[in-house]
Design a protein around this ligand. Structure first.
Ligand code: FAD
Length: 503
């Protein structure tokens, strides 16, 4: 196959690097076209743990990548003011506690919580306790199962990540072409894209095109008219303003998402700066108000002019149409509340690798790809929406809007099952496993009506003792761990060791 990737943002270079490593023998030529005039979105700094496996699959050394992208470790997301004003919890990567008498920990926690003996759920997750203490260790460094029951992701400078992958891809033979695509030629009969033509007249022909052109969707939408499923009735925030600021204080190994009256604000600590942004719904907040709210809530002085971004939540009707596969922002967008966009790029790549055409593009592969990616998108949508609807907040028009909303059936069913008996439906595909749902539902005060009846078969005093020993085990282990900054320095992942310890 001859492959042409249109776009050199995070998506384009992730695709190029993965195809150039994993499908070297199946690809005859691979070109990537990007335009410096158009540029990239340039935000997108927090990720999910799966990216670690993506990098490993490409043979990338963790410390080399972290140093090159000013990366920090991420143990989860702290959510402030979501369930109610003044309340906070952390959604970690990993499980809470350990099963007792073969019944999941959280079921015992639900019972003890009713009796006022449970303590905060946060205290039973190694990742959360480490995050709160600005500590880090690898899961494999833990001495007990409980100390190993967590995962981690990264926070990094997305533009540097794209550059890092660009060097890797070009080194693997990807032909980088600078220029703007101004015309697209299609086959008269099939409608397949045959050629893209650049401003300078250069023509690039290919058998398979990957559209990574960002929100524009130059091939998937402007050319093939895939159509867009607009999900803004569920996720109505449609604007963001982003600004980096000087890093102050310790190096927190987690992202923060603070709910605001018409949206929410992110804070993402990197080695050299802190990324910030305010996602908002322009129906209830002006650009000026959103920008000043953001600037008033930075850790330190802003390092740049605030950047305005516009989006419509949803996804393309077809991710793969004819011989074009859209990946990244060209395929759809869901707000970055759970750092899922880069993950969806990764899912797109994994599915493309599995379904990569042998010698000709097949409608069967496209259909399978579309059905898998639709599920991924829908499941992320439901999980994001959960944050807005599992709340007692009604202090602004946006929060009142969510209280009166009809939910997608898939989410309503999931919440109903939880409320009925603390049961989290499991499903194939989807980034978020039951512990993530439990973290958000309990974190935002959505308590089920019943817990698992097997919990009552255990002696409550014994359960309390086991709870105490789990808390102690985690606290002791975190006490011995290195600080996040020291850990980065120790594994040679710091771009500048002095800068890490700024206070
Ligand atoms: P872009 O970065 O827009 O790149 C598009 C590329 O296409 C560019 O190289 C451009 O030059 C090229 N191009 C376009 N048209 C043409 C043309 N005609 N000719 C030639 N080249 C062309 N994701 C996360 O995982 N975590 C986060 O924390 C996160 N935060 C975000 C916050 C906001 C407010 C937004 C909007 C997004 C966020 N994202 C986040 C998403 C993340 O930024 C994107 O998924 C990621 O950057 C991928 O973008 P992309 O490569 O698809 O598009």
């Amino acid at each position: 196959m001859r492959v042409c990737i249109l776009g050199g943002g995070t998506a384009g270079w992730m695709v190029a690097s993965a195809l150039s490593v994993k499908l070297k023998k199946s690809i005859k030529t691979m070109a990537l076209v990007e335009s410096e005039d158009i540029g990239i979105v340039g935000v997108g700094e927090a990720t999910l743990p799966h990216i670690k496996f993506f990098n490993e699959g490409l043979g990338i050394k963790e410390n080399v990548f972290m140093k090159a992208t000013e990366a920090t470790f991420k143990l989860g997301i702290e959510f402030c003011d979501w369930g109610s004003l003044g309340q906070q919890y952390v959604h970690p990567f990993g499980d809470f506690g350990q099963s007792i008498n073969h019944v999941e920990f959280y079921q015992h926690w639900l019972k003890l919580n009713q009796k006022g003996h449970a303590g905060r759920l946060d205290e039973y997750a190694y990742g959360i306790v480490a995050a709160k203490n600005e500590k880090f260790q690898y899961p494999s460094d833990g001495k007990t199962e409980l100390q190993q029951a967590f995962g981690y992701a990264y926070q990094f400078d997305a533009s540097l990540y794209a550059k890092f992958l660009r060097d890797l891809s070009v080194g693997n033979g990807v032909n980088r072409v600078e220029g703007k695509v101004v015309e697209v030629l299609q086959d008269n009969d099939s409608g397949d894209v045959t050629t893209v033509i650049l401003e300078n007249g250069q023509q690039i022909e290919a058998d398979l095109f990957i559209d990574c052109s960002g929100f524009r969707g130059v091939l998937i939408e402007q050319t093939l008219k895939s159509g867009y499923q607009d999900w803004s009735q569920w996720l109505p925030c449609n604007r963001a303003v982003a600004v980096p600021c000087e890093r102050q204080g310790g190096l927190t190994p987690y992202t923060r998402a603070t709910a605001r009256k018409a949206g929410w604000q992110w804070r993402i600590p990197l080695q050299h700066r802190t990324g910030n942004g305010h996602v908002f719904w322009d129906e209830f907040m002006s650009e000026d108000e959103a920008t000043s709210l953001l600037l008033d809530n930075l850790d330190g002085p802003a390092l740049d002019e605030p950047k305005q971004l516009y989006f419509k939540t949803g996804r393309r009707n077809h991710f793969w149409k004819n011989n074009v596969v859209a990946i990244g922002l060209a395929s759809g967008f869901l707000e970055p509340l759970e750092s899922t966009s880069i993950h969806l790029i990764q899912e797109g790549i994994t599915n493309l690798l599995e379904l990569f055409p042998h010698d000709a593009v097949s409608a069967l592969d496209a259909a399978e790809y579309n059905s898998r990616m639709s599920l991924q998108y829908e499941r992320v949508r439901d999980f994001l929406l959960l944050h807005y609807v599992a709340t007692q907040r009604d202090d602004s028009e946006m929060w009142r809007y969510f209280r009166n909303m009809t939910l997608p059936d898939s989410l309503q069913e999931k919440i109903d099952c939880w409320m009925h008996r603390g049961y989290v439906q499991r499903y194939e595909f989807g980034a978020f496993l039951p512990p993530s749902w439990i973290a958000v539902m309990i974190g935002q005060n959505l308590f089920p009506n019943h817990y698992d009846p097997r919990v009552d078969q255990s002696q409550i005093e014994q359960v309390k003792q086991q709870f105490n020993s789990m808390r102690t085990d985690i606290a002791n282990s975190v006490g011995r761990a290195k600080t996040h900054a020291d850990f980065l320095a120790a594994i040679d992942a710091a771009s500048n060791t002095k800068q890490l310890r700024v206070n």
